[in-house]
Design a protein around this ligand. Structure first.
Ligand code: FES
Ligand code: FES
Length: 158
């Protein structure tokens, strides 16, 4: 059923009319042109489609778009400001926290939510918090090192 959905997307008021049962992932990618959020498994397992809704990491392949009505959604396109990368993005680049890059937006959005909840996370907490985001290229250790860098205060976590 077509429904009007109003929410904030990357800080901007957004209104769409769409099938309320469509997943958030496909509305972001197909209707709003935000292709940074990736389709991986489509079953809530890999984490490549992770976005942040009201501060929490959510798998956008597994929620209907209607569920974000009235809420705040942040995607990878919403990080970084005025042409500057977000500190997590910079740390990923510096640590080589990717190979093909397919998992990277979901990794960064999961890490972003973790650090919003606790900017001084321990390595153990980072490892635990990121264990459900999968990287098929074997970059996971470098990804953890990049997040640790930000959590350790070498860069701001804003
Ligand atoms: S595509 Fe959503 S969790 Fe894999
Ligand atoms: S960098 Fe290729 S899947 Fe993680």
């Amino acid at each position: 059923m077509t429904k009007t959905i109003r929410f904030r997307l990357n800080g901007k008021p957004t209104t769409i009319e769409t099938d309320a049962e469509r997943t958030l992932l496909w509305v972001l990618r197909g209707e709003l042109g935000l292709t940074g959020t990736k389709f991986g498994c489509g079953e809530g397992i890999c984490g490549s489609c992770t976005v942040v809704i009201d501060g929490l990491a959510v798998r956008s392949c597994s929620v209907p778009v209607a569920s974000v009505d009235g809420r705040e959604v942040t995607t990878i396109e919403g990080l970084g400001h005025d042409g500057a990368l977000h500190p997590l993005q910079t740390a990923f680049v510096e640590h080589g926290g990717f190979q093909c890059g397919y998992c990277t937006p979901g990794m960064i959005m999961s890490a972003y939510a973790l650090l919003r909840a606790n900017p001084k996370l321990s390595r153990e907490a980072i490892v635990k918090g990121m264990e459900d985001n999968l990287c098929r290229c074997g970059a996971h250790q470098r990804i953890i090192a990049a997040i640790e860098d930000v959590a350790g205060g070498k860069r701001g976590a804003s």
